[in-house]
Design a protein around this ligand. Structure first.
Ligand SMILES: [Mg+2]
Length: 256
């Protein structure tokens, strides 16, 4: 698959940086969408290229996902050298060690109210389901009829509005309600610091990834999988191009 010359040129410049952070969203970026989130797996070629990057000196690879960290651990089966950031940057696994903020009793109470509302909405909307996350719940409507999905989302938003301190994140066929306000921008900043990175590559496909792109510097490279508009400097039409892109980064790094 041929890559855009402007993107290749940006990758070649970035690859020359002293310490490189490669941060990748998982679903829709290196893993094709799956009806059951537990069935999602990265493209084998993308995984292989990412693992080659892991073994390059001065390169840190991180997976940055909205998934709860347990779910991310399960579907990625990543080696401990890969940093995992789950729940949009609220929780991390670094060298096999989990860090996650503790919830207050108010937050626990909010979660009880939240799940009752979402379960009620979901029970009346065919094809929808509620996913338990580390700091909240997500209403999935991927298998619902479009009109049902819109109605379910509207109802969920209206009924949960009484719960204070909730952050709502919209994704493709999913509405997530959480008691943490972490954004992928926080994840990128934290990972940049952890890795001592002098340059960052970040790729993502969804609305929440736009926060990550916003945290990139001019010398970093952001790639959106999908159509503009985006805050990323580059786009690729499909995640099928991601393995070639990661391989190009490996080649540039080795040549440098
Ligand atoms: Mg995604």
């Amino acid at each position: 698959m041929s890559l855009d010359p402007a993107l290749l040129s940006a990758l070649s410049k970035l690859a020359a940086t002293e310490r490189l952070l490669v941060a990748l969203d998982f679903d829709g970026t290196i893993a094709p969408p799956a009806d059951d989130p537990d069935d999602a797996r990265s493209l084998p070629t993308a995984r292989a290229a990412a693992l080659e990057l892991v073994s390059e000196p001065g390169v840190t690879v991180a997976l940055v996902s909205g998934r709860a960290i347990d779910s991310l651990l399960r579907v990625t089966n990543a080696p401990p050298e890969v940093i995992l950031s789950g729940s949009h940057g609220a929780e991390y696994v670094v060298n096999g060690e989990l860090t996650r903020p503790a919830l207050s009793s108010e937050e626990h109470a909010s979660l009880v109210d939240l799940v009752m509302i979402l379960e009620r909405v979901s029970s009346e909307v065919p094809g929808s389901w509620v996913e338990t996350k580390s700091f909240g719940y997500a209403l999935h409507t991927r298998l619902s009829l479009p009109d049902d999905a819109i109605a379910a989302n509207e109802r969920a938003l209206r009924e949960t509005a009484v719960i204070s301190g909730l952050t709502v994140r919209e994704g493709k066929n999913v509405l997530e309600f959480s008691v943490t306000a972490a954004k992928k921008a926080d994840a990128i900043r934290h990972l940049r610091e952890l890795a001592g990175a002098t340059g960052v590559f970040f790729a993502g496909d969804d609305v929440t990834d736009e926060d990550g792109f916003a945290a990139l510097a001019e010398t970093d490279v952001g790639v959106k999988v999908g159509e503009p508009p985006t805050r990323a400097g580059h786009t690729i039409a499909s995640l099928e191009a991601m393995p070639a892109l990661l391989s190009a980064l490996v080649d540039f790094r080795r040549r440098g």
